[in-house]
Design a protein around this ligand. Structure first.
Ligand code: G6P
Length: 613
């Protein structure tokens, strides 16, 4: 988490940094700060709060200079305040650093520096690192980049850093290990950022810095990359494709609302070139090379976090149901510290919108150590997970900026559906007629999602009724069980209402005790195979006076009659239901949060890209 951006060139750095920080604010928004080289001085301006608070603090006369860096923080060490905000100075205030990540051995390093006479202003691990760099530079009389390199050999943890030096007005030094860093190469100018969004406006040429690499950017001599063990590297320049318009709100009040409404398009984009109903073909480029290995795999282990983990659960139902393959879905954070039974005949599938989640990356590393084949399902092109996996597929949902994931979820589920269908066909576990039926229906999904979005006004009305409830329960069975989890997660993430998702029948083993006339219970009741069972679950809730909002299939009069409120979604094949049934739950969470006055796009304490454990 944390967003970092830096600029060196001929333009004024301040507006570039501020615009960049606004684009990166989804990564953290506890505090923001910049360092600028102005009139032979390295000046730092920082403030608790959002980027706007920093802008207000700097005021009408923004600082001048064409070398600078900025940071938007998600606190790991030390509470969010002005002092703990980045950038941090070295002990003599002649060096400054911005950092995304965690220095795990900071306490030991700090103790050693204190013995050398250092005093610290903040509680951060980052300030320790810049003091260490300063100490090495001074004592060993080495260049800035060499001091950074030596310091990093002493550090345990994850980092993307940028360092400036008051005596070096033409230089930026950056490094990464475990946290992302992209270098943009323009005309006589360079950019550094946590992702490409602050850069794309100025240049399409980028270099993704690899782990344990240091970039030295000099105004006159350009970009040099070396490893932490001091080996020179040849920069690999790539072209990025990203439309600037996709980074704006496009007339919507919030990114989240925009992203919910983009789903008919993003789901279609995820299928483009991969699903051909006329020829009865599904084709995933990333699968081709490893097809045999995946088709014959002993088991598929899905590793992911948050909403991506829930998409993985839908994947489990799909792979088992259609391709008859054994699947396990693991929280990446648990998997990485267990001793999982994984071998070379296993496939480990990592799902991640950002492609940068630290736990998912570490889970992949473990899978690699055990010689499993690794496959990544990511949204962000060029992200770490996309690069470290043996193969993979992008979901092509475009930049997702709202911290609560929406279009990435449906993109991931679409991709998993295509993958399950491909494997089912190869393994001969699906009849040609059912395969064709699912393909036809998959092609209809974008239009059906559009139809679900038309229920927006009704959902807003229902949101108004439920908005003051302190708790909510979400129930679903089969393919709709993960949807219940996702509905509950969306609500708690952005509205701060405590919500739980449960398998509908399991409710009797606990949550039923919570139900009274004040408890909203959202039941996803579109299942065909377990219709009567879900109906009984609804009656059990009603018998205890719970308020039921049912998500039903169009034309369902029975449940509509019993439920207090209902939202009807178009009929579809059961394995495709999550792509439709999740949409009203996204909208419900959005409207409830908005009506409660919550910051929908930047909910408290959360960050979109969790690059620390
Ligand atoms: C954070 C985000 C979630 C996301 C999760 C996993 O918690 O707020 O929306 O689902 O990280 O992120 P990933 O990028 O790996 O999908």
């Amino acid at each position: 988490m944390c967003g970092i951006v830096a600029y060196i060139g001929e333009k004024e750095a301040y507006p570039i940094l501020i615009k960049g920080l606004r684009r990166l604010e989804y990564r953290g928004y506890d505090s923001a700060g910049i360092a600028l080289y102005e009139k032979n001085k390295l000046n730092v301006y920082k403030r608790k709060g959002k980027v706007q608070d920093l802008v207000d603090f700097i005021g009408e006369n923004p600082v001048k200079g064409n070398l600078g860096m900025g940071h938007t923080r998600w606190a790991t060490h030390g509470q969010p305040d002005d002092i703990n905000a980045h950038p941090h100075y070295s002990s003599k205030n002649n060096l400054a650093i911005i950092h995304n990540g965690i220095i795990e051995n900071y306490a030991l390093l700090k103790a050693a520096l204190i013995k050398e006479g250092h005093t610290f202003k903040s509680e951060t691990d980052t300030e320790v690192l810049i003091h260490l760099i300063g100490e090495i530079k001074e004592k060993s009389k080495v260049s800035l980049e060499e001091a950074v390199r030596i310091a990093l050999t002493k550090v345990i943890g994850a980092y993307a850093i940028v360092v400036m030096d008051q005596t070096e007005p033409d230089k930026l030094v950056a490094a990464r290990k475990g946290s992302p860093l992209v270098i943009g190469i323009g005309d006589n100018e360079f950019f550094l950022a946590s992702d490409a969004t602050p850069i794309v406006e100025y240049t399409k040429n980028v270099v993704y810095l690899n782990d344990k690499e240091i970039a030295i950017i000099n105004r006159n001599s350009g970009l040099t990359i070396k490893t932490i063990s001091n080996e020179l590297q040849t920069p690999f320049v790539q072209k990025i494709e990203m439309e600037l318009g996709k980074l704006e709100k496009g007339g919507y009040d919030h990114y989240m609302l925009k992203e919910i409404h983009e789903q008919p398009t993003t789901i279609a984009d995820g299928m483009r070139g991969r699903v051909n109903t006329d020829l009865s073909i599904v084709r995933l480029g990333g699968l081709l090379q490893y097809e045999n290995r995946i088709v014959k795999a002993d088991k598929i282990t899905i590793v992911a976090c948050g909403t991506s983990w829930i998409a993985g659960l839908v994947g489990e139902y799909l792979f088992e149901d259609l391709a008859r393959m054994p699947v396990e879905v693991e929280y990446a954070s648990e998997f990485r510290y267990r001793n999982p039974v994984i071998g070379e005949k296993d496939v480990v599938l990592a799902i991640s919108q950002s492609g940068e989640t630290a736990d998912t990356l570490a889970a992949l590393e473990l899978a690699k150590q055990k010689n499993a084949m690794t496959y990544g399902i990511c949204n962000v092109v060029g992200s770490s997970i996309a690069r470290v996996t043996d193969s993979g597929s992008y979901i092509h949902a475009g930049p997702e900026i709202g911290v609560a994931s929406t279009k990435a979820f449906t993109g991931q589920v679409t991709l998993l559906t295509i993958m399950a269908l491909t494997l089912a066909q190869k393994r001969g576990t699906i009849s040609q007629s059912y395969f064709q039926q699912l393909l036809n229906e998959l092609a209809n999904i974008p239009a059906k999602v559009q139809k679900v979005l038309e229920t927006n006004a009704k959902i807003k009305y229902i949101a108004n009724i439920f908005k003051d409830s302190p708790n909510a329960l979400y129930l679903g069975r089969g393919y709709n069980f993960p949807v219940a989890l996702e509905g509950a997660l969306k609500l708690k993430e952005i509205s701060y209402i405590h919500a739980e998702g449960y398998p509908a029948a399991e409710m009797k083993h606990g949550p039923i005790a919570l139900i009274d006339e004040n408890m909203p219970v959202v039941v996803i009741a579109t299942n065909k195979s377990a219709y009567e069972k879900v109906l009984s679950n609804i009656q059990e809730v009603k018998a205890r006076k719970g308020k039921v909002l049912a998500i039903v299939t169009e034309g369902d009069e029975l449940i509509t009659e019993i439920a207090d409120f209902s939202i009807a979604i178009p009929d579809t094949e059961e394995p495709l239901t999550p792509l439709l049934s999740v949409i009203p739950l996204q909208l419900l969470a959005y409207h409830i949060a908005n009506l409660r006055g919550c910051n929908v796009d930047q909910p408290r304490n959360l960050a979109k890209s969790v690059t620390v454990e």
